[in-house]
Design a protein around this ligand. Structure first.
Ligand SMILES: Cc1cc2nc3c(=O)[nH]c(=O)nc-3n(C[C@H](O)[C@H](O)[C@H](O)COP(=O)(O)O)c2cc1C
Length: 247
């Protein structure tokens, strides 16, 4: 973005090491009792937050549960699934469709000190984002933006959203899911494993962890050391022709 920024030095990467991480990641349903060291967990969470995300607004939060009592209750809210009841760590990965305004300020405050803030970036966070992400009272601004988009979109490409509170939820969830995947791969790279879970009672999870009212629990991630019987079946995917389309 900044033409004067120092060129990034790219490290050598062994694709086979990356392949090992990706290929050995499985959804693990049983863990040993071994705890994940704090330093490992902190590193994985930091790597999670390096995921790409919309406008760098980082619309996610991670609620890490390790104490046995709270973990036990959370595992029950995860419907008593084996992954949840055996994991030494449970992490509620929460999308925040509502933090964009505060985070737009943070994006400016956190701009790297070594680099001059480009005026276009300042304008984006101060002027454009407040229109783009704000849906207004009762979502009426969103309706107005959608209508304007439909008209202007007849003659040129325009953004087609987010134009509603629900679209903001999708917006935040997209970035949060990428952070979740980073977290799972980071755990694997450290020799640990995970199981993403959407099988949980969201009302109970929210109440138990006292989560922010507008946060969406994208997943609860069970994490720990894979037990010998932790993987239930061989991994398989559909034929690439079904899923990948070269146009
Ligand atoms: C959003 C999401 C929700 C999931 N929810 C659960 C769950 O509640 N319980 C579970 O055992 N596995 C859950 N999984 C794991 C999937 O079943 C698993 O990823 C899939 O079967 C492929 O297996 P693999 O991850 O080992 O490749 C979930 C995965 C994702 C991405």
């Amino acid at each position: 973005m900044n033409a004067k920024a120092a060129p990034l030095s790219l490290p050598e990467i062994d694709v086979e090491e990356f392949r090992k991480v990706v290929r050995s990641r499985r959804s693990v349903r049983r863990f040993t009792d071994e705890p994940i060291p704090d330093a490992v967990l902190e590193d994985c969470l930091e790597l999670a937050t390096l995921a790409p995300n919309s406008s760098n607004l980082q619309p996610w939060e991670f609620f890490v549960v390790r104490t046995p009592e709270l973990r036990g209750k959370l595992a029950q809210a995860c419907l008593g699934q084996n992954a949840a009841t055996t994991a030494p760590v449970l992490i509620a990965i929460v999308a925040r469709p509502d933090t964009w305004r505060k985070h737009a300020r943070l994006a400016l405050e956190n701009w790297p000190k070594e680099e001059k803030l480009p005026s276009i970036v300042e304008k984006y966070y101060k002027k454009i984002a407040p229109i783009h992400y704000n849906q207004g009272p009762l979502g009426l601004l969103g309706v107005a933006k959608k209508t304007a988009g439909l008209v202007v979109g007849l003659s040129r490409p325009v953004p087609r959203g987010p134009y509603s509170v629900n679209e903001m939820k999708v917006w935040a969830t997209k970035s949060t899911a990428l952070a979740a995947e980073n977290l799972m791969l980071a755990l694997r790279a450290h020799g640990y494993d995970s199981c993403p879970m959407e099988g949980f009672d969201e009302c109970r999870v929210r109440k138990l962890l006292n989560l922010p009212r507008k946060g969406l629990v994208t997943m609860v991630l069970a994490a720990g050391r894979r037990a010998e019987n932790g993987v239930y079946n061989r991994q398989y995917r559909f034929d690439q022709e079904t899923l990948i389309h070269y146009l």
